[in-house]
Design a binder for this molecule. Structure first.
Ligand code: 1HE
Length: 261
């Protein structure tokens, strides 16, 4: 059944990979409530047969962050808090969804756009990508989970610097800081994102589930609970029929080796 999406989001299935695009280029893919809700809705209902998602942006920029037109109309404190919680729900469903997401970054990746990218699992950047958190300049604060996720990527001091001084990071600096894991030539981001998503989709689904659900929780939680959860996930993965087949293939010399590419 086709997923109903707002006009600001476009979905295309490419075999085992789904490509979801922010498609509100005229407003630089600024995130209004409809788009944020649409993102959550999509990641809760990733179609069967899709093993990984590529998230990209139409037009000259990945995402200009929060739609400032909508934000300027927030009537009171409670609505402001609830608005942030709406983002939290949607981005939680990206980070802890059924399948991993690869994000392709180009142009402005700012404010809520960087928060969105931080909720995905692998980030690919083109040289035009640049990163900023202009919340301080706009009289705002992070509201899409960025104060939790972005320091874990690049460190609290760097986030503080970006927010206090309005510092912008280039694609190269973002790569060094840990925002992106891959840097491609200009225009090569989508192809790289799809290539990575295909590799991810070829993994056993139980392994991918454990990687996106258990790994970050174990890395950030208390070690005792982490080791216990790890054991549960390891057992679940190891005893899955898919693992049995893959291990048998390796032992029968029918599976690929790990090579130094
Ligand atoms: C927007 C937005 C937006 C563009 N909300 N409408 N985010 C920001 O502070 C970033 C604000 N935007 C910019 O700095 C620039 O627009 C860009 C660097 C992203 C792009 O520049 P450019 O020259 O390519 O485009 P533009 O001409 O500035 O914008 C094109 C249109 O998009 C224009 O509307 P138009 O009707 O005049 O054509 C812009 O008004 C509109 N537009 N960005 C609304 N953000 C959960 S909390 C998160 C808090 C934050 O994200 S704070 C950071 C907000």
């Amino acid at each position: 059944m086709p997923i109903e999406l707002p006009s600001s989001l476009t979905f295309e299935a490419l075999g085992s990979v789904g490509v979801l695009r922010l498609s509100r280029a005229a407003k630089r893919n600024a995130l209004d409530d409809e788009t944020v809700n649409g993102l959550g809705h999509f990641f809760r209902q990733v179609p069967d047969g899709i093993g990984a998602i590529v998230l990209a942006g139409d037009g000259p920029h990945f995402c200009a962050g929060l739609d400032l037109a909508g934000a300027s109309a927030t009537p009171d404190l409670l609505h402001g808090i609830l608005h942030s919680r709406l983002w939290h729900r949607a981005f939680h469903d990206i980070q802890f969804g059924r399948v991993p997401a690869v994000c392709v970054l180009h142009g402005a990746v700012v404010g809520g756009g960087l928060e969105l990218a931080a909720a995905t699992h692998v980030r690919v950047a083109e040289p035009s990508a640049y990163y900023a958190l202009p919340e301080g300049q706009r009289g705002l604060f992070l509201g899409g989970g960025g104060s939790v996720r972005i320091p874990r990527l690049i460190g609290t001091q760097m986030v503080m610097d970006m927010m206090l001084t309005g510092r912008t990071l280039s694609a190269e600096q973002g790569q060094t800081a840990g925002i992106s894991q891959y840097l491609t030539p200009e225009g090569g981001g989508l192809a790289k994102g799809i290539e990575l998503a295909r590799q991810i989709a070829a993994n056993a689904p139980m392994s991918n589930f454990a990687i996106i659900q258990a790994l970050p929780r174990n890395a950030e939680g208390d070690p005792g609970t982490g080791y216990f959860t790890e054991a549960l996930m390891a057992g679940a993965a190891e005893t899955s029929p898919e693992a049995k087949q893959r291990l048998a293939d390796f032992l029968a010399k029918k599976a690929g080796k790990v090579t130094n590419t």
